[in-house]
Design a protein around this ligand. Structure first.
Ligand code: GKE
Length: 377
């Protein structure tokens, strides 16, 4: 039997690694995994798949690399992106927008190669910021992306690439699938260094506070902001279901279990068996005030929605990060790890982390950059 070639770009990343692990177990599937990172830096590497690692072989900003990867491919999962949590995307808007290269080149190469299906990982960051000002909001439905007012930088790129998928489908016939991920977490992902998102950051801070004996942690914002967090197993399940479905429009892939950041900390504390003093850093990157996933559409199409509870998912994530922390010898830096850093590119930003011009806490105000407002009378 000839195998179906399935390409995963961004395979060295968190979601990509888990997706490859799932695909490689499927009968009749030959996985081709690619990432710009050298394989030593991949979160998970599987020797039984075809791996393309590093700048020469795995940089999908390069159209030539994309063409080689997509040759003979039946399915393409495009997960590569320069991304991270709020500390990264608010401070690295140009880098986030450059993911337009990977999305464009992978889509073009997939279409040129005659791939049957193309999956694009979009984000809840495409949603109109005006609809996320209230922490007790009603959940975001797919139509709430328009009129467009997405997260500056990162969200604009995602929204553009969503539409590019649509037009490639309409004009060239390639079957595209677009899922809007809502804050995905779990083991084998970024947990320190500036790109980590809240679930991993909170687990690490609690672990570090315990290890340091100084029972206090820093929390960005005032802790009342709300989010829903999706465990990685639900994410992979959803990706595969959406790819296999006939869903043509962008669709939410997220948990509908909404919590405040304070409640997220409560869960991590109860798993750790500690109670910590909370230092609120009000000038840290906060993103939107409230966000949750309206799952009406995905339930209607698939009769399914992400269902792994936050407590169960955080327990597994906590255990994995605890192992990384102690095996990696981070005890000596435990006190420092009860706070989070920001990064500019791969370099940590000195001081408290902000570039002055990015210091806009209300993301919706960033829609009109300074100097682009209406002409003064
Ligand atoms: N990253 C981080 N690190 N966030 C913290 C921390 C910390 O140490 N302490 C508190 N928070 C707060 C942030 O200020 C924010 O209000 C909330 O937790 C969630 O932050 P996040 O996990 O970094 O990212 P967001 O949910 O705001 O945004 C993410 O959304 C995803 C889609 O739902 C984005 O970063 C994207 O990576 C992604 O598309």
């Amino acid at each position: 039997m000839t195998s179906r070639v399935v390409v995963v770009s961004g395979a060295g990343g968190f979601i990509g690694g888990h997706l490859v692990d799932r695909l490689r177990r499927m009968p009749g599937v030959k996985v081709r995994a690619a990432d710009i990172k050298p394989s030593d830096d991949w979160y998970q590497v599987f020797p039984d798949v075809e791996n393309h690692a590093g700048p020469l072989d795995g940089d999908v900003r390069d159209f030539g690399v994309c063409r080689r990867l997509c040759r003979g491919a039946a399915d393409v999962y495009q997960l590569s992106a320069d991304m991270g949590g709020m500390g990264f995307i608010e401070n690295n808007k140009a880098l986030c927008m450059l993911s337009v290269l990977t999305n464009t080149h992978m889509l073009l190469a997939a279409q040129e190669a005659g791939a049957g299906r193309f999956f694009f990982s979009s984000s809840a960051c495409v949603y109109n910021a005006d609809k996320q000002k209230d922490p007790n909001l009603t959940a975001l439905a797919e139509a709430d992306a328009y009129p467009a007012l997405p997260e500056d930088g990162y969200g604009w790129e995602k929204l553009f690439s969503e539409r590019m998928c649509r037009h490639f489908r309409e004009d060239f016939g390639i079957q595209t699938r677009v899922a809007r991920f809502h804050n995905v977490y779990g083991p084998h992902g970024t947990w320190c260094g500036g790109r980590e998102k809240a679930p991993a950051a909170v687990c690490r801070k609690v672990i570090a506070a315990k290890a340091s004996g100084d029972h206090s942690i820093e929390i960005w914002g005032d802790g009342t902001q709300t989010r829903s967090f999706m465990y990685i197993d639900d994410c992979v399940e959803g990706i595969l279901k959406i790819m296999d479905s006939g869903i043509l429009e962008p669709i939410n892939l997220g948990s509908s279990e909404m919590v405040t950041i304070n409640q997220l900390v409560d869960i991590a504390e109860s798993i750790a068996g500690v109670k910590l003093e909370r230092r609120y850093k009000l000038d840290a990157p906060r993103g939107v005030a409230g966000r949750n996933s309206d799952n009406t559409k995905i339930k209607g199409y698939l009769g399914w929605e992400p269902s792994i509870s936050l407590r169960d998912g955080i327990r597994k994530t906590y255990e994995w990060i605890d192992g990384q922390f102690h095996r990696g010898g981070h005890q000596s830096d435990a006190r420092g790890m009860t706070s989070s850093t920001f990064s500019h590119g791969s370099k940590p930003i000195p001081g408290d982390g902000f570039m002055a011009e990015s210091r806009h806490m209300d993301t919706w105000k960033q829609a009109i950059p300074a100097g682009y407002g209406p002409p003064s009378a």
